[in-house]
Design a binder for this molecule. Structure first.
Ligand code: ADP
Ligand code: MG
Length: 774
């Protein structure tokens, strides 16, 4: 029996899901597939695994001894939920574990295992019957992440397989599949005969949701960070106790707002901080764990090609404050302090966990979050939500594969989820930083599943490696377009991962074993020439980890623009000097990273990854304008890849992991560049003047980043100007003179900023260069 701490026991009883325990367990008993819907915070994630546990699932001496697996689309959620459920299980807390890509706490006592969906996906591809498990819960199914969709498709077959096995062999039990969703919009799963021939029962657990009053802004401003700042300050002054949750699109916005708020509470004048322009491409997307993802996310476009100008201000309009007047409530919090906490995926886990702790006495919790907080995590004590209404999404142009990070409106469904976060503990308020007209006109009802928005070569390779030659036949909840499937197949053929008939080759099957996108897996498999293997591994690890370098715009503090006619103060001079010093250091650090080779970003990354391994500390990262989280992950990935190679590929049986590497030789560097090219043979661009038909230029480009290149596999567009691509300003090659640019460049992505709002100038398509080829 489970003995729970008294306060846990008490708070459990308030959860709607707990009231439905019997109904839920009966449905699971009578059906192998069950769908549970319930509003965020109703107790699905924390309670349903415990019901199963208490019913004997996961206990070695019960009829259902296999593990209870729970998947999450996000690492943050997998870790924090396993901790929470551990606490709730009192005397059995040691039986709850988590497993994320590089870290896990599972042991032979584990009964409940939280994991990212990518982890389970890998397990299914190694052992299709999932015999280790007696029940699998797929959580947050409404988010429709690529991994979740693929998992649901696969598990629908695993359930069938286990039924068949159980019919033949009494010692084998059927697998219970429980799909949980925060919304009822899951027809793609429940009314999909390809997936589930007889529709699974859907249990609707009523969310105990307090009313949330939604306040729209009268005007929608471009600079919503500034707008959020003003609203938060006013709200903080006027609103009664209760936490604030602010939804922004990325960590750059979060740190800007955090700085603004902190300076205001220490008495600094906010006007001393500059208005930062909004660039849709500034920071990486909040992708937690896309193991199928295409290459990496180090693609901040901090290059100022789009500028959005602020609306005319109507500051000081007292009328605006009416929205903060709450009837029947003592307004105002007097001397309350603001306790400001960021929450986004790149934040170290330890920092993320802070949002669950109660704020210090006499202060108000103010959480600045990306959509991590939309459904996965329930943060206690939130009563007021401030929603910018946008999110950052990675988009791919279906025709030409050009990638962009776009900040765009979320769906109405998401906006309502966000608002709902205010109504968990009592009646709440949601302040939308956009007008109701914009909401009605510009917000879609629901978002598309991620699978329809991403390149899917990783998915296709996984499926083929599992002997599914005709991927069209896979029971996708929402099938991808044939065009995307065809594109993925074509690339896999280039990479020799599938045969012309579409079957996985031996190379392809091996590639599918690596937790890497197919291109990177391919590089690894040619990576042994000239004793390069440890370097190849390090380079691939660097390339596949998001966000190693902190972009210039974030590393170097901005300086306020002076209003005309005012004098520079001593503080201004100080700030400018400091900025110059940081810039100088920044440039020096990056120059050093190019010292192995100054024409290749891939080699630069290798150098950073390698140098970090000699001193893998936060301090080193701070000194080198690099992100610890990313680099630390690259280190783990190096170890993991080395193990996989050593275990799985006889030719590498003698490979051992060396954490600290010497500098590679010139010959090795040349070989490494060719290996990169092997993974990107379809992404080579030739310098414009060498092309059979050189582009006409109005004048000779003065800077490297203005020199046109032409992709050899041209993207399918009619428009001539669209064929030209340019070096990205963050590239090593951007530092060269126009005379010393390589003839050919291998690139990892093409990227284009979203066109500016006023549609003035079409932004250039930029190559995220990997290397020159010689
Ligand atoms: P759902 O999955 O339905 O969205 P959860 O099971 O995640 O709901 O959350 C149920 C309740 O448990 C919430 O009200 C939340 O406040 C509480 N809770 C979850 N995690 C924690 C935690 N780490 N600390 C304190 N309370 C938590
Ligand atoms: Mg949940």
């Amino acid at each position: 029996p489970v003995t729970r701490p008294a306060e846990i026991q008490e708070s459990r009883l308030k959860l709607p899901v707990v009231g439905e325990e019997q109904k839920i367990m009966e449905a699971i008993h009578n059906n192998n597939v069950v769908v549970i819907c319930g509003a965020t915070g109703s107790g699905k994630t924390t309670q349903v695994p415990q019901f199963l546990f208490e019913a004997g699932y996961g206990s070695p001496d019960s009829p259902t001894p296999g593990l209870i697996g729970v998947t999450q689309p996000r690492k943050v959620a997998a870790v924090s939920m396993s901790k929470r459920v551990g606490q709730e299980l009192g005397n059995h807390s040691h039986k709850v574990a988590y497993q994320i890509r590089f870290e896990g706490t599972a042991d032979d006592k584990t009964a409940v295992k939280f994991m990212t969906d990518g982890v389970l996906l890998r397990e299914v591809s190694n052992a299709i019957s999932l015999k280790k498990y007696s029940a699998v819960i797929i959580d947050e199914a409404h988010e429709r992440s690529v991994n979740t969709d693929i998992l649901i498709g696969m598990l629908s077959r695993v359930v069938k397989l286990r039924e068949e096995m159980a019919a033949e062999d009494k010692s084998i039990k059927p697998l219970k599949l429980i799909i949980m969703s925060a919304t009822l919009r899951i027809d793609d799963l429940t009314k999909n005969p390809v997936l589930f021939p007889s529709p699974p029962p859907v249990l609707d657990v009523e969310g105990r949701q307090f009313p949330v009053t939604v306040h729209f802004a009268r005007q929608t401003r471009h600079d919503y960070v500034e707008e959020a700042y003003k609203k938060i300050l006013r709200g903080h002054r006027k609103l009664p106790q209760g936490g604030f949750l602010i939804f922004l699109t990325g960590h750059d916005e979060i740190s800007r707002l955090s700085k603004l708020l902190k300076s205001s509470s220490t008495g600094l004048n906010s006007a001393a901080y500059p208005k930062v322009r909004i660039s849709a491409n500034d920071a990486p997307l909040e992708v937690e764990d896309i193991e199928f993802g295409n290459t990496n996310d180090t693609t901040q476009d901090d290059y100022n090609e789009v500028e959005i100008v602020d609306d005319v201000d109507d500051e000081g309009n007292e009328e605006d404050d009416a929205e903060f007047d709450i009837p029947d409530q003592e307004g105002g919090t007097g001397p309350l302090k603001m306790h400001i906490l960021p929450l986004y995926s790149l934040l170290p886990t330890k920092e993320q966990m802070k949002v669950f702790e109660p704020p210090p006495k006499g202060s108000r919790q103010i959480i600045l979050a990306t959509n991590v907080a939309e459904t996965s995590l329930t943060i206690p004590g939130i009563q007021y939500v401030f929603d910018c209404g946008r999110s950052k999404e990675r988009r791919f142009d279906k025709d030409n594969g050009v990638q962009s990070y776009e900040i765009s409106w979320v769906s109405k469904a998401s906006a309502n989820q966000r608002a709902g976060r205010a109504g968990r503990t009592g009646p709440g308020h949601c302040y939308r930083l956009y007008s109701s007209a914009v909401y009605e006109r510009d917000f879609r009802e629901f978002a598309d599943p991620e699978l329809l928005r991403m390149p899917i070569e990783g998915v296709v390779l996984q499926l083929k490696a599992m002997r599914l030659q005709h991927v069209v036949n896979f029971p996708f909840p929402t099938p991808p377009e044939r065009q995307s499937l065809a594109k993925a197949e074509k690339l896999l053929k280039y990479l020799s991962a599938v045969t012309p008939e579409g079957q996985a080759t031996d190379i392809g099957t091996t590639m599918a074993r690596f937790p890497l996108p197919p291109r990177f897996a391919r590089i690894l498999l040619v990576g042994h020439l000239h004793d390069c293997m440890p370097y190849t591994i390090a380079m691939v690890a660097g390339l596949s980890v998001a966000d190693i370098f902190i972009p210039e715009t974030q590393a170097i503090p901005a300086i306020a623009e002076r209003e005309e006619g005012t004098y520079r103060t001593n503080d201004d001079v100080k700030a400018e000097t400091e900025q110059q010093q940081i810039r100088k250091r920044y440039n020096e650090v990056h120059r050093n990273f190019r010292s192995l080779d100054d024409t290749s970003d891939a080699i630069k990354l290798l150098q950073a990854v390698g140098e970090f391994a000699h001193d893998p500390t936060e301090e080193w990262c701070a000194d080198h304008f690099a992100r610890f989280k990313g680099l630390n992950e690259s280190l783990k990935l190096r170890r993991q890849i080395t193990n996989l190679l050593q275990k799985d590929i006889p030719a590498f049986a003698n490979l051992t992991f060396q954490e600290k590497l010497d500098r590679p030789s010139t010959k090795q560097i040349a070989a490494l560049k060719q290996m990169v090219a092997a993974g990107f043979i379809d992404q080579v661009a030739i310098r414009g003047d060498l092309a059979p038909v050189p582009p006409e230029l109005q004048r000779r480009p003065g800077r490297a980043i203005d020199v046109p290149y032409i992709p050899l596999h041209p993207p399918a567009t009619q428009d001539d100007a669209d064929k030209l691509v340019y070096i990205h300003p963050s590239s090593s090659l951007a530092h060269r003179s126009t005379q010393e640019l390589p003839d050919y460049i291998v690139y990892s992505h093409l990227q284009r900023q979203a066109p500016s709002v006023d549609g003035m100038k079409r932004p250039k398509t930029r190559m995220l260069a990997l290397t020159n080829v010689t």
